[in-house]
Design a protein around this ligand. Structure first.
Ligand SMILES: *[C@@H]1O[C@H](CO)[C@@H](O)[C@H](O)[C@H]1NC(C)=O
Ligand SMILES: *[C@@H]1O[C@H](CO)[C@@H](O)[C@H](O)[C@H]1NC(C)=O
Length: 772
């Protein structure tokens, strides 16, 4: 019963690999950093010589190589037998040998037609014109997006009024099917594609399914790219003739570099999602680093619990960090299960998804005059009352009731449904298909009800008939009404944009902590809008991506942490523009310590259940761009600090990644990394956490420490006052956390926060403690 909610856009599951040859499989052989002494040619030769050393012949070695990573990442991807892979993994210079995973990016049911409501009101209201102006709308920033490509004709990627391409830019405009140099401009300054890994498993890209070029056949890549950097597009025309407001990316004047590494699944409808192979993604990241992007936006993630040296996004983003490139990643759509996070490396910013204050209301009017709150983006308006039935009561003969309850295909009796509105429950199968079943049986409208697990978080779907979604409580009321009268009737009222409270609220599908790879880091880091986000779309796709959907749209509403990630990418670009000499960790810290943990009713941000959400759901809170531009203090982390962190995983690892740096004598704890939050995975006795804050506010300031402790924990802090007199000044402080003499809270995580404040800035950090 609790199936559909998990299918949101970016649940990535391993794909059984259908290797062409039985013996070989693609492996990524990773060497860490370059020593800086070799030319690109020499690096490639070195990679060949490693391959030669395990392969039968030179020819064999040559034909087995897919990629030689040489810009920043040092490694290669090649077809190897398990035996060859094992030989290579024993070589002293090799950090890790990673079997390639097929990443199946499911993007099933949750897409919506756009209707014309200015759902980017968050942009102007929360970002403010000042930040946009100070950052010059991000005009000197380059955001690299690794995704399914781009639809370059979209108005979101117009380069009107933009300056020439920066001279330092080293990227290219790679030509291919339906994509030539004219498709790059001053907005889309680079475009490349990576298909060798995909080809090795699935064969040639089918021209009727995808373009062998940077062009997007899916919509996902166009959507994420325009959410990060799309131009402001007023009054786009809408399906159903409903006018829309302004669609705009976070940094509308930033440049875009497209790296297509995700492809349509052969023989599958687009709604099944697309596939991004490890080796293709890593090649994209390596090129993006070499090309000179400032921010990497990765709305993809692999819900596998791989250690960091086996995780290509962790490796790629670590190399990006050598160039001070901030990598922004989606947290995944594996919620509400705990420990469902993707992209947990401490050097990336991991973004959860929340709903915003604008919703599309379409209530149900019942025959007894009661109005049940419903939400929809259906462009159709129902003008009269119709008879109302519950799907379970109108099942075809012989069909189990539970299947009919969910309006599964061929379950409804057209004699009993004809001319009526049908109440169906969410469950197995796509929501849009439930509307189609009702329509096939002659029904006139669909009320799609959440089951108890989904609570009152409504999904908007691009239905083909009159439809609205109601929460579980509403569904119960409707059922009571149906059984209270001989002739139940209803009408689905027209869609209106309403301002919604409380907001933000956490989406049920947003992946949750604890961090299953290193429990000391509180992940996700932050949350941003990821529910019904309006952005540009591929005209080669359809709003639902279902095979029978022939509609096309220039803009589409879409949901998932894929959508929240580029919101943060865009804002990070603005922050970089305003603070060009900040480190990636300073930008990340600024975003985290200024995030909000309350909603627009001033209550704690709620989870999809209506209960307060914890930092394992929203991290430090909902991002606040204006505040992030003036955080007061930052928790800075250098690249070497990140490398030292590797010592805590495996002391041998660091020397392999970078031979010039050694592990500190005292065996480090992950808690020593100067992260803007922390987790103590097991509080048996006192644990001391040291942190260093750096002043980034121009002027004298005196900060005082305050905290909010959970039950079962006590704390000792020193010092509790810090006085700064210049920018760049740093002070350390220690927090010693003790188990309190309180045995009522046991065997669970508890959450608290601490904060430095000078009265003007609030520098807030969450923490979690497991009380054994
Ligand atoms: C590039 O594509 C554009 C638009 O499809 C087309 O008009 C133009 O002729 C193409 N240019 C070349 C050199 O093929
Ligand atoms: C940034 O540059 C300013 C001015 O050159 C300097 O005062 C400040 O310390 C720098 N900040 C950081 C975080 O490096």
């Amino acid at each position: 019963m609790k199936i559909t909610i998990f299918y949101l856009l970016l649940v990535l599951i391993s794909l059984p690999l259908l290797a062409l040859s039985v013996e070989t499989k693609v492996y990524i052989v990773y060497f860490g950093e370059h020593d800086g002494k070799k030319t690109l040619h020499e690096i490639e030769n070195t990679h060949h010589s490693y391959l030669n050393s395990v392969k039968e012949s030179h020819e064999d070695a040559k034909s087995s190589l897919l990629y030689s990573y040489k810009n920043s990442i040092n490694g290669f991807a090649a077809k190897l037998t398990p035996d060859e892979a094992s030989k290579l993994s024993k070589m002293k210079e090799v950090v890790s040998v990673i079997p390639s995973h097929g990443k199946y990016r499911s993007q099933t049911t949750r897409s919506w037609d756009f209707v014309g409501l200015n759902d980017h009101s968050w942009n102007r209201a929360q970002m403010g014109d000042d930040l946009l102006l100070n950052a010059q709308y991000g005009k000197n920033q380059i955001i690299g997006v690794v995704d399914s490509g781009v639809w370059p004709e979209s108005a979101s990627f117009s380069d009107v009024g933009m300056d020439p391409v920066p001279k330092t830019w080293k990227g290219i405009c790679q030509e291919g099917v339906a994509f030539n140099k004219s498709h790059c401009n001053r907005k889309i300054i680079g475009a490349r594609y990576y298909v060798k890994g995909f080809y090795n498993v699935f064969g040639a890209v089918n021209p009727s399914e995808d373009y062998l070029s940077p062009r997007d056949a899916d919509g996902h890549g166009t959507h994420t790219a325009s959410t990060a950097t799309g131009r402001q597009v007023p009054n786009a025309a809408a399906l159903g003739g409903i006018a829309i407001g302004i669609a705009s990316g976070g940094a509308p004047m930033a440049r875009l570099a497209i790296y297509k590494a995700c492809w349509a699944m052969p023989g599958k409808p687009k709604s099944d999602g697309n596939t991004c192979m490890d080796e293709d993604v890593l090649a994209a990241i390596d090129d993006a680093i070499g090309d000179g992007v400032d921010i990497l936006s990765l709305s993809l993630g692999f819900n596998e619990h791989s250690p960091l040296d086996q995780d290509v996004i962790a490796i790629g983003s670590l190399h990006a960090a050598t160039k001070n490139i901030l990598t922004v990643c989606s947290a995944g759509n594996g919620g509400p299960s705990p420990a469902s996070l993707a992209n947990i490396a401490p050097w990336v910013i991991t973004v959860a998804a929340s709903g915003i204050d604008r919703q599309f209301s379409s209530p149900v009017l019942l025959g007894n005059g009661m109005k049940i709150q419903g939400y929809s983006i259906s462009p159709y308006a129902m003008s009269q009352m119709y008879p109302l039935v519950y799907a379970r009561d109108v099942a075809r003969l012989g069909v189990p009731q539970y299947l009919a309850t969910q309006c599964q295909p061929d379950t409804l009796d057209s004699y009993k449904v004809n001319g009526k509105i049908v109440l169906c429950f969410i469950g197995q199968g796509r929501n849009v298909d439930k509307g189609i079943e009702v329509s096939k049986a002659g029904g006139v409208g669909l009320i799609l009800a959440n089951n108890q697990d989904n609570g009152n978080t409504i999904f908007y779907d691009s239905h083909f008939i009159f439809a609205t979604g109601v929460g579980y409580d509403g569904a119960v009321t409707i059922l009571q009404y149906i059984y209270s009268t001989a002739y139940p009737t209803a009408r689905i009222l027209p869609v209106q944009s309403v301002s919604y409270t409380p907001a933000p609220f956490m989406a049920g599908y947003s992946s949750r902590g604890p961090n299953h790879v290193d429990a000391h880091f509180l992940k996700p880091d932050i949350t941003a809008p990821g529910l019904q986000i309006l952005a540009a779309w591929s005209e080669a796709s359809s709003p639902t991506k279902l095979p029978y959907d022939r509609r096309s749209t220039k803009f589409n509403l879409y949901s998932g942490t894929s959508m929240s990630c580029p919101h943060v990418s865009g804002v990070a670009a603005l922050l970089r523009a305003v603070h060009p000499n900040w480190s990636l960790s300073a930008i990340k810290s600024a975003l985290m310590t200024t995030a909000s943990v309350t909603d627009n009713l001033n209550n704690p941000i709620q989870d999809y259940t209506g209960n307060p959400a914890t930092p394992f759901v929203f991290g430090s809170g909902h991002f606040q761009p204006i505040k992030a531009s003036d955080p007061g203090l930052v928790y800075d982390i250098s690249y070497d600090d990140y490398l030292h962190y590797l010592c805590t995983i495996n002391p041998g690892l660091l020397n392999k990644v970078n031979a010039k740096i050694n592990c500190p004598n005292q065996l480090a704890s992950p808690l020593n990394l100067n992260y803007p939050s922390f987790v103590i995975p097991n509080l048996y006795g006192p644990v001391t956490v040291t942190r260093t804050v750096t002043n980034v506010f121009d002027g004298q300031s005196r900060y005082e420490f305050s905290w909010n402790l959970p039950q079962g924990v006590s704390i000792l802090v020193s010092p509790t006052v810090l006085v700064f007199d210049h920018v760049g000044q740093s002070f350390s402080f220690t927090m010693t956390i003790f188990p309190a003499n309180d045995y009522s809270v046991r065997n669970q995580y508890v959450f608290g926060w601490y904060m430095w404040s000078d009265g003007r800035h609030l520098v807030r950090s969450p923490f979690a403690v497991f009380l054994p």
